[in-house]
Design a protein around this ligand. Structure first.
Ligand code: IMJ
Length: 260
């Protein structure tokens, strides 16, 4: 049986530019035949909107919508648009994360309450309300994925509050999996991607060290590509993975198996 997403309607969040892992995912989903809805983060000057629109137009998304997950009315708007345009949803791709720059350097103990709340709200909590609003639209066998990182379970220098947020996200995947599975065979999984040079990583001190470390030590002696993460996403959104739910799947060139 070949991987086939034709007829599937999938919402992809978290594309910021051509380095975004979400962009790699969207391209592979389209290549497998999916019909896409794409969201972008609205900002005052509309910079993300035009950038993401230009980038994604070759994928001919049938929905292109603003989504700031900190604004509940925007979440409601996205799913009311999906309801009227598609009347159903076969897949949801959650690739949203944010922490303040100051929280991603130095001591974890220096994390402020506001910084903690913001990182956890955007990077972990947001998956729950998206699933909640999508629930009535999910078809039998719908699939939800999110992105996580090894820093959820190991102390990785400077990852700090994002590690705590990803730990909460991975636990959310298990609780959502338990909630959404019984009625309609809806599955929820996370992809734990190895380090890639993305917008979310470029601004970060020590990221190059981490990449060099992976190139030296991972079983495959290299980093992974957006396309490899995208291909695993396509698998998890397809019926080929129909027996997999609640899991964190590592797409990291094998890095996490090492003892040191
Ligand atoms: C992020 C921080 C510290 C170490 C890190 C990372 N390593 C990797 C990342 C080793 C691979 C990238 N990553 C897995 C993330 O989840 C990044 C999230 C992120 C990045 C930024 C940068 C710009 C900003 N806020 C951010 N919020 C979250 O202002």
């Amino acid at each position: 049986m070949l991987l086939d997403l034709s007829g599937k309607k999938i919402l992809v969040t978290g594309i910021a530019n051509n380095r975004s892992i979400a962009w790699g995912i969207a391209q592979q989903l389209k290549a497998a035949g999916a019909e896409l809805g794409i969201t972008y983060l609205p900002d005052d000057k509309g910079r993300f909107e035009s950038k993401v629109r230009d980038l994604t137009s070759p994928l001919q998304p049938s929905l292109f919508l603003p989504l700031n997950v900190q604004d509940n009315s925007q979440i409601e708007m996205v799913f009311s648009e999906i309801s009227s345009k598609w009347g159903k949803l076969d897949g949801l791709v959650h690739c949203l994360a944010f922490a303040g720059k100051e929280e991603l350097v130095g001591d974890y103990s220096a994390t402020t309450s506001e910084g903690f709340k913001r990182a956890l709200e955007i990077s972990a909590y947001s998956l729950a309300p998206l699933c909640h609003h999508a629930k009535p639209l999910f078809t039998d066998g719908a699939s939800i994925i999110t992105l996580t990182y090894l820093g959820a379970e190991r102390a990785i220098p400077n990852y700090n509050v994002m590690g705590v947020a990803k730990a909460a996200l991975e636990a959310s995947v298990r609780y959502l999996s338990a909630e959404l599975g019984p009625e309609k065979q809806v599955r929820v999984n996370a992809i734990s991607a190895g380090p890639i040079r993305t917008l979310a990583s470029s601004a970060i001190g020590g990221i190059l060290d981490m990449i060099h470390n992976v190139e030296e030590k991972a079983p495959l002696r290299r980093t992974v590509t957006q396309t490899e993460v995208g291909n695993t996403a396509a698998f998890l959104l397809s019926n080929l993975s129909s027996g997999i739910s609640g899991q964190t799947i590592y797409v990291d060139a094998g890095y996490c198996i090492n003892g040191m």
